[in-house]
Design a protein around this ligand. Sequence first.
Ligand SMILES: NC(=O)c1ccc[n+]([C@@H]2O[C@H](COP(=O)([O-])OP(=O)(O)OC[C@H]3O[C@@H](n4cnc5c(N)ncnc54)[C@H](OP(=O)(O)O)[C@@H]3O)[C@@H](O)[C@H]2O)c1
Length: 259
Amino acid sequence: MDVRLDGKVALVTGGSRGIGQATARLMLESGAEGVTITSRKPDNLEGSVSALMTAGVPGDRLQAIAARADDPADAERAVAQTIERFGACDILVNNAGTNPAPGPLATVDLGAVDKTWSVNQRGPLIWCQKVVRQWMADHGGSIVNVSSVGGLRPAPILGAYNISKAAVAFFTQQLASELAPSIRVNAVAPGVVRTRLAGSLWEGREAEAGKAHPLGRIGEPDDIARAIVFLASDAASWITGVVLPVDGGVIGAGTTAIS
Ligand SMILES: NC(=O)c1ccc[n+]([C@@H]2O[C@H](COP(=O)([O-])OP(=O)(O)OC[C@H]3O[C@@H](n4cnc5c(N)ncnc54)[C@H](OP(=O)(O)O)[C@@H]3O)[C@@H](O)[C@H]2O)c1
């Protein structure tokens, strides 16, 4: 089976590095007609475009737009510019995420919790509302949200973040039931992946972090990107409302990804 995105246009939030950048690259390599990447910082986006073009993606099928994940006006503008530039917005990947609120729930800073929940939890709702109203309600489409194994099972340190990712998992199921049959909504739930966001979980202790995953290593951004592209594609045309662990076996083993 060949998973292809020929003729499809995608919008990937948090595309300036990590899982979002890998997803944009794989989508273009899989034939996507156009991909818009967003993040807060124009410098990061410029770096991502350069890296993607160095990796061989066609620049005329890639667009970068500075947009905050929890800002409705930014989301509306990014969706509109995607449709204007590429003529559609068939796929949305709600990938942007943040984790500034580590620590036990009893003592966690409430301002940091507000930020985490606004970006991780309210953000996907905002982008889904915009893409549905501006494109998918009339044309159909596919949405993939990025949850986490931490949203499926409690783990130490990351309580406020994990709650936001549990919300993303339930949001995925709720939205899938509301938007079927013309729009599919699924999610991936990664284990620990080699990105900046998760740096404190693996940098300087990669072997130990890998052992917490039954398959013996931490994840690479491409491990997650492949699952996102599959769920976004027509190869998954009879799948909706699924939260797929992509976690080296953590959820299946009944353990946690935190070592
Ligand atoms: N890495 C893991 O182990 C892991 C595990 C489970 C789930 N996840 C999830 O995977 C997703 C991608 O994270 P990653 O691991 O690839 O981390 P990453 O490499 O640090 O990338 C995060 C991306 O989100 C963007 N971003 C952060 N805050 C934003 C905001 N307020 N508005 C718009 N964009 C924002 C960042 O760009 P700017 O800084 O330019 O805004 C960057 O492009 C997140 O939802 C994360 O929670 C990651």
